[in-house]
Design a protein around this ligand. Sequence first.
Ligand SMILES: Nc1ncnc2c1ncn2[C@@H]1O[C@H](COP(=O)(O)OP(=O)(O)OP(=O)(O)O)[C@@H](O)[C@H]1O
Ligand SMILES: [Mg+2]
Length: 214
Amino acid sequence: MLTVSNLSLQFGKRVLFDDVNLTFSKGNCYGVIGANGAGKSTFLKILSGELDPTKGRIEITPGERMAVLSQNHNAFDENTVLNTVLMGHSHLWRIMQEKDVIYAKADFTDADGMKAAELEADFAEMDGWMAESNAAELLSNLGIKEDLHGLLMKDLNGNQKVRVLLAQAIFGNPDILLLDEPTNDLDIDTIAWLEDFLADFQNIVIVVSHDRHF
Ligand SMILES: Nc1ncnc2c1ncn2[C@@H]1O[C@H](COP(=O)(O)OP(=O)(O)OP(=O)(O)O)[C@@H](O)[C@H]1O
Ligand SMILES: [Mg+2]
């Protein structure tokens, strides 16, 4: 659950939000609508913590994970396409990195063995063995074919990058998913896939879109 309490935001003299109270609960897909410049993107930035409100609080149920469609298309340029998707689940990604470091050690101690066993348990609990194939399947569903999965993000065009970032946000079944205009660079088939995906999504989605049908 995501709760917004007594939220206000002002840019200089302009009041964008004044004492907003809202609760977003599991199993719902919320559409944020409003004219250009009304404050939709700003609202999502406050929810994600990227921007501090002038007043008020945002609270997430402890233990829940929020994922956001990244608006910075070049942030992952030095990473491979597949890894960029995996990085969407930062906890799982960190465990994968730690595992790699430990197994690469020349002097593997008993303590390393214990640490590795702990990491493996967490990894398995997060469905880690399926992570790469799940990420690859998501990418393919979003029109990024397998021959692109090993490339660096900087070698993709803008339209392809957006699709990868969408896969990144969706990856690993987040509890709360924030999407600001996700359909902008998508073709009709991919939009239809995303519609079905969101219709079946069991958690919380908050989406901004200018596409009325979507
Ligand atoms: N950092 C900032 N400082 C001052 N004003 C800002 C800042 N960020 C956004 N604004 C202003 O706040 C208003 C809301 O912007 P925002 O981008 O949230 O609108 P939006 O509803 O997402 O619009 P669009 O439909 O065009 O995407 C706009 O008038 C914008 O110029
Ligand atoms: Mg916007």
